[in-house]
Design a protein around this ligand. Structure first.
Ligand code: OGA
Ligand code: ZN
Ligand code: ZN
Length: 354
């Protein structure tokens, strides 16, 4: 059992649930830290059943806390779930028994099925929907089942097919090595969807790779290289006649506690680093180590998208790839970006109402 006195007075007061402290209509706090006395004390506490009444000094302010709520605050928070500590890291063989997939009709009809898919995206970084309509713009409808398409200079969606004058290697039949999309955007799109309309070409298989697992391997095998990639700002850029995007971010982004939170990997849009020669050489050595890990075949999950399949993945964690395909064959995907905050919000609401 927790007694209120286990908490510092300023913490208790900052979390006081009384209606002078929080608007009862929305739970939002009505004061700022400097509105509180600097010399707060707890003058008295009394507990009746679940209600813990706290009287503060020096002003005699009173608040009634739930004891169950106080008890729940004593264990360390699991955080927002965005870092490696909350994820199930994987390599390709972990899916020998099958990918996280769902049928579109069941996904739409059944909240449990929808939760299962969204949980897979959150925890594994991806899920595949089968049997979606093979009509154009379906990718936007899919994104809207859990969130909001993110409009960019590419539009609300982008077509991935062979183009006569390609503005991007994606619009050729060439192999695309594992990468994350749009590292030159700030904020980077946290989710990507790729929806297959046609895939009749020889080749053109899809690949996914867990960038958090790759980063963890680098840390295990070469901690100095890991540290360099978490602390070197890498310039990424993309431009055409009407757009000029730039973001400087590390390849491996860690949070304030050192846990991996985002991975960026895209040689196509990486720009010239401007560092002293020794730092440049050290960066390239570390970058190569990371790229060698990413190239390990056991990490790369390969599968084929058939018409009506849509893969939804965490673009801050997973790298995606495709094999080369014959440009004479028909292959057409539509993609869009969306964001994880809305997806995890939808999942939380589904879980709360289950
Ligand atoms: C892309 C991409 C993969 C594919 O367009 O960003 O990586 O399967 N495409 O064509
Ligand atoms: Zn209060
Ligand atoms: Zn891509």
């Amino acid at each position: 059992m927790t007694t209120a006195t286990a908490f510092p007075p300023v913490w208790l007061r900052d979390n006081c649930p009384c209606e002078r402290c929080r608007d009862p209509r929305n739970g939002q706090k009505l004061f700022g830290i400097t509105d509180l006395p600097a010399d707060l004390t707890v003058r008295d506490t009394s507990t009746v059943a679940d209600a813990v009444t706290v009287t503060f000094g020096p002003d005699g302010h009173q608040g009634v806390f739930s004891r169950a709520w106080l008890d729940a605050q004593t264990s360390r928070s699991a955080g927002d779930g965005r870092t490696e500590t909350a994820k199930q890291l994987w390599r390709a063989a972990d899916f020998d028994g099958g990918l996280p997939v769902a049928e579109w009709d069941a996904y739409l009809a059944d909240d449990g099925e929808r939760s299962r898919v969204l949980r897979a995206v959150r925890d594994l970084g991806f899920a595949v929907l089968h049997g979606t309509p093979t009509e154009e713009e379906t990718v936007l409808a899919i994104a809207r089942t859990f969130g909001f398409p993110r409009e960019t200079n590419y539009g609300t969606l982008f077509d991935v097919r062979v183009e006569p004058n390609p503005s991007n290697l994606a619009f050729t039949g060439m192999r695309i090595a594992p990468h994350t999309d749009n590292p030159y955007r700030d904020p980077v799109p946290t989710l990507q969807l790729l929806h297959c309309l046609t895939n009749a070409a020889e080749g053109g298989d899809s690949g996914l790779l867990d960038g958090f697992a790759a980063a963890a391997l680098l840390r295990e095998e070469d901690e100095a290289a890991f540290r360099i990639l978490t602390t070197t700002l890498v310039p990424f850029a993309w431009s055409d006649a009407t757009t000029s995007l730039r973001a400087d971010r590390p390849l491996i982004d860690v949070d304030a506690e050192g846990h991996v939170r985002e991975v960026r990997f895209n040689n196509r849009s990486m720009q010239a680093l401007r560092l002293p020669p020794d730092a440049t050489t050290a960066f390239y050595t570390a970058y190569r180590r990371f790229a060698e890990i990413i190239a390990r075949p056991e990490l790369l999950l390969t599968f084929r998208l058939d018409p009506g399949d849509c893969v939804v993945f965490d673009n801050t964690r997973l790298l995606h790839a495709r094999t080369a395909f014959a440009e004479s064959g028909a292959r057409h995907l539509q993609g869009c970006y969306a964001d994880l905050d809305a997806l995890t919000s939808t999942l939380r609401i589904l879980e709360e109402s289950a």
